[in-house]
Design a protein around this ligand. Structure first.
Ligand code: HXC
Length: 517
């Protein structure tokens, strides 16, 4: 018997309901606000005609609050797989037009179906959050749903890259799923991310705060550090996710998407000499230096608004994907502090988990002095840098550009922490501390007794600088692979990256180390 047209019509009717989510009116309202629907967001992410949906007909099982008679298309989420620039990606997108995108047991089930697919097939995961949080009607089942999602976020961590886009409300415990992922992109337009909002804060503490202050994109990108990228719109957020995907492998068993040029260019770059600074008190344009090193100046800075004293991000050097870390003397003189250590260590661990070689550009006067830093645990946080570099086995190339002082010199991937190659510019200063500090400690008595203390100090500082503020003592003791002119940095780095591509380093087996959290 041929296919009954009524069966097909009934199916098409059902499918239509799923495709329109909360209905055309609600979709229009979103468009008027400049927002995309959940499905449109995924269509923007994936290459045309590559999206395949998972669990489209999943229905909630809730019987409380009269829910048994209600139907919610897709259960407030769209889940599926597709291709992004040729790479298969799994994704979910919460649909605020259906019960506020709230998460119940079956909503979570769909989400975890996508996550399990990502795990089994080694695809990156992109999760778009736009939700009122735990579905109140489903009570503990909704909480359990979150638990299942968090559990999978952790299982996926280090296996496939996970990117969260916060494109609407993401409140309470819901915020822990993005927090467990590798990168968070947040829109300025419509998104809020918080554990407790202004009303609860007012009720509990009496303090009046705005939503922007507790949960806005700018606050998270610059103060809390929860957010890595801020986007104006949904479209921009999705484009940032695609940019990240262009630098990372699909999973931890693959190499990142290198596109090596046929040969390494050994040309000099005189422009780099102009950026190098020998005056220790002059700020050095480290962003400019990184941009000169990467192909076409194309650098994807991560966490650009947070802990600006360290710069981290992705670029390619003659096609080889590299994770860069660089001290930025234009903020806090480039000192390492609590936030920059957290930022740096997290980035190093991402690179190591996903086989991305690390290049470190050093211009660090030390750890930031201060009572807030000590009381805030700079010892614990700074140790994360030591831990992250020491435990990383990807190729590690360090370039000592200028200040390389004390423990911070070690924490910026010195040879002792496993750097494979260390280049130093002639402007590099490798010492226990800067000239002023050292002279104060070493010659305290002489300076007190001197007739002209200022002149004596200038003389001693100059002597110290001549003797110690250079790369030559470190090089003489074998801590430096080679001293290079800044203009040769890109070619030398490029050649070293090629030569280190097959690096393999084994460590003793263990469950995991105990990074100082
Ligand atoms: C069920 C929900 C819901 C929820 C929203 N809705 N949140 N339904 N459970 N958590 C429904 C609304 O009833 C409404 O349904 C529709 O979604 C749209 O919501 P509105 O309030 O009309 O939208 P808006 O004015 O834009 O406000 C959005 C909002 C607000 C700020 C997100 O809805 C809100 O405050 N929701 C509750 C947020 C919250 O406290 N969630 C629990 C967080 S704690 P109709 O039928 O009218 O369209 C949590 C614990 C997780 O999530 C723990 C995990 C470990």
């Amino acid at each position: 018997m041929p296919l009954d047209a009524k069966v097909l019509d009934a199916f098409r009717e059902r499918k239509k309901k799923v495709l329109v989510g909360g209905g055309e009116k609600k979709a229009e309202e979103r468009h008027e606000k400049g927002l995309l629907t959940a499905r449109e967001r995924l269509m923007r992410l994936f290459q045309p005609d590559t999206f395949q949906e998972i669990g489209a007909y999943v229905k909630h099982q809730c019987t409380s609050f009269g829910m048994q008679s209600k139907d919610f298309p897709g259960d407030g989420i769209v889940v599926g797989t597709g291709y992004v620039e040729g790479k298969q990606v799994s994704a979910f997108s919460q649909d605020f037009t259906v019960l506020g995108g709230s998460l119940g047991k079956m909503h979570a089930r769909r989400m975890t179906m996508g996550m399990d697919y990502a795990l089994k097939n080694g695809t990156p995961l992109v999760g778009i959050a736009d939700s009122g949080g735990a579905r109140i009607q489903e009570g503990v089942d909704a909480l359990s749903g979150y638990g299942e999602v968090f559990y999978r976020n952790v299982v996926l961590s280090g296996v496939v890259p996970q990117i969260a886009i916060i494109a609407g409300p993401c409140a309470g415990g819901a915020s822990y799923s993005p927090a467990l992922m590798d990168f968070i992109i947040m829109t300025r337009q419509n998104a809020q991310l918080f554990i407790t909002g202004p009303n609860v804060i007012k009720a509990v503490t009496g303090r009046q705060v705005t939503m922007e202050e507790v949960g806005g994109a700018d606050m998270h990108a610059s103060v809390s550090g929860n957010v890595h990228f801020v986007a104006e719109t949904d479209r921009e957020a999705i484009d940032i996710a695609k940019r990240i995907l262009s630098f990372v492998p699909a999973n931890n068993s693959e190499d990142p998407p290198h596109r090596p040029t046929p040969a390494v260019t050994m040309a000099e770059d005189p422009g780099m000499d102009k950026l190098a600074q020998s005056d220790p008190s002059a700020p050095m344009d480290m962003h400019g230096i990184v941009r000169r090193l990467v192909d076409n100046g194309d650098f994807l800075e991560v966490h650009a608004g947070f802990a600006k004293n360290i710069i981290v991000g992705f670029g390619r050097v003659e096609g080889i994907v590299v994770g860069f870390l660089a001290n930025n003397s234009m903020e806090k003189a480039g000192c390492l502090d609590i936030d920059s250590s957290d930022k740096g260590a997290r980035f190093i661990r991402f690179c190591n988990a996903f086989n991305i070689p690390i290049t470190t550009l050093v211009d660090v006067p030390g750890f930031l002095p201060g009572i807030e830093q000590e009381r805030g645990g700079i010892i614990r946080h700074g140790a994360k840098m030591l831990f992250a570099y020491s435990s990383s086995t990807v190729p590690k190339i360090t370039i000592l550009c200028r200040k390389s002082y004390g423990g911070a010199y070690l924490a910026m991937c010195s040879q002792d922490l496993g750097a494979d190659v260390i280049y130093a510019w002639p402007t590099a200063e490798v010492a226990v501390m800067g000239a002023d500090g050292a002279v104060n400690i070493l010659y305290n008595r002489e300076l007190k007794e001197a007739d002209d203390a200022a002149a004596k100090r200038a003389e001693l500082v100059s002597e110290y600088r001549a003797e110690f503020a250079s790369p030559y003592l470190a090089a003489a003791r074998g801590y430096v692979t080679d001293i290079i002119e800044p203009s040769r940095t890109r070619s030398v780095l490029s050649m070293s990256l090629r030569k280190l591509m097959n690096k393999r380093e084994m460590r003793p087996p263990k469950k995991h180390g105990n990074i100082p959290l």
